[in-house]
Write a protein that binds this ligand. Structure first.
Ligand SMILES: Cc1cc2nc3c(=O)[nH]c(=O)nc-3n(C[C@H](O)[C@H](O)[C@H](O)COP(=O)(O)OP(=O)(O)OC[C@H]3O[C@@H](n4cnc5c(N)ncnc54)[C@H](O)[C@@H]3O)c2cc1C
Length: 370
């Protein structure tokens, strides 16, 4: 039987970054079901950092995370971000959504259809009623980030076990005993960083679910439009998130921005969903899609209020939630990992109390009681 101070269930960006932060003052073991880290959602994202993305709680987390991305001390020797920009387009019908976004955000620049088409020359100006550009939106080097946190965790004495799916958990005498095919591990605290499987893992611990629902999001990889230098194009899409596109390694990634609730599984893209999304993309551009080179899908997992669930379970002792990061889990990981370490170790968190309260799993317990 191995023992630790903290067991982290899940080796995605959430689990690995939290484990690395905790390992300064605790003996940490990460248990990952797959044979590699980041195999599920963390390896399938669009890799963007967007300061103005998500609700007020998420924006508070984005702001805390930004300096870590820029100076990722111990994680990498240089910034994890690189310039991209984000161009959001509105048709006449989407003008209200555009105004709302402009009203609640900072640093957005309103641009005309002609200006938008200069930034991304395949855009058809006619359907664009207005647009905005967010210059501070950046690419995240997710591989370097995950590898950096993994190295940091190991350097701090942390233990990572792959092919170690947690199949059972029991608590006795203030200690969790966690069963995996690679053997049991025990610790007083378990962190649930199981992504799409968060509610399932809560069930293993006998904790009530928080309603964390996996939602599929797909991506099609298409050849670059001929005659265009696409590398420097901003991410571009509809302001009401019905499709978006981004260049990567000389190809265009187009997402239908789907959000279909599904069971937790090894996700793949649905052909019909891709076709419908590519059709919406084609309405906005002058170059038709001739070929899809490959596609993938990942599961963005949301709590009912679309805010992450972070904190100790109110009723199940020693069970900590780090789940429901939705479409923001990479960009909020530096903030949520530090918060997790502070709450587990009992240090004062560097995040304001209002944000911490908004993240607390207790909000669902009180809902159930009320
Ligand atoms: C198409 C797409 C685009 C996205 N774009 C962005 C973006 O631009 N910016 C951004 O910040 N976010 C983005 N996201 C969201 C982001 O990828 C996620 O929020 C983030 O990766 C979640 O990380 P995680 O560690 O919680 O989940 P995961 O990476 O899924 O990790 C959870 C891990 O838990 C493991 N696990 C589950 N059950 C068990 C068990 N019983 N025992 C052991 N291990 C278990 C799983 O195998 C998995 O590896 C995007 C997502 C998608 C799909």
């Amino acid at each position: 039987m191995s023992t630790a101070d903290v067991i982290v269930i899940g080796g995605g960006i959430a689990g690995i970054s939290a484990a690395a932060e905790l390992a300064t003052s605790a003996r940490v073991v990460v248990l990952e079901a797959e044979d590699q880290l980041g195999y599920h959602t963390s390896g399938r994202s669009m890799a963007m950092f967007i300061l103005n993305y998500g609700n007020a709680t998420l924006r508070a987390l984005n702001a805390v995370a930004q300096p870590v991305f820029l100076e990722p001390e111990g994680i990498s020797d240089r910034s994890l971000l690189s310039p991209r920009g984000e161009l959001m387009l509105a048709t006449e019908d989407e003008l209200d959504a555009l105004e709302k976004e402009l009203g609640q955000s900072t640093g957005l620049e309103r641009v005309t259809a002609a200006e938008a088409a200069r930034m991304v020359p395949i855009l058809r100006p006619e359907p664009i009623a207005a647009a905005y550009y967010e210059a501070t939106a950046q690419d995240i080097d997710v591989d370097r980030m995950l590898q950096g946190y993994t190295r940091l965790l190991r350097a701090r004495g942390g233990d990572i076990r792959t092919k170690a799916r947690v199949v059972n958990m029991a608590r006795a005498g203030g200690i969790w005993q966690v069963e995996t095919p690679t053997g049991p591990v025990s610790a007083p605290v378990v962190i649930n960083a199981a992504g799409a499987w968060a509610d399932h893992v809560a069930g293993l611990a006998g904790a009530a679910p928080c309603g964390v629902t996996p939602m599929r999001r797909s991506v099609a990889v298409i050849p670059p439009p001929e005659g265009h230098e696409i590398d420097k194009w901003p991410l571009f899409g509809s302001v009401s998130e019905t499709w978006y596109a981004k260049s990567e390694s000389g190809r265009l990634l187009v997402s239908p921005a789907d959000e279909d609730p599904v069971e937790a599984h090894d996700a793949w893209a649905d052909d019909m969903v891709l076709a419908e999304g590519l059709h919406r993309y084609e309405q906005a551009v002058t170059v038709p899609v001739t070929r899809v080179e490959r596609s993938w899908a990942g599961l963005r997992s949301f709590a009912p209020d679309r805010t992450p669930v972070v904190g100790f379970d109110a009723e199940t002792e020693g069970f900590f939630w780090l789940a429901g990061q939705g479409g923001y889990g990479v960009q909020t990981a530096p903030a949520l990992s530090k918060l997790t370490a502070a709450l587990v170790i009992g240090h004062p968190p560097a995040i304001d109390p209002k944000t911490i309260a908004a993240l607390s799993p207790a909000r669902f317990n009180s809902n159930q009681k009320g």
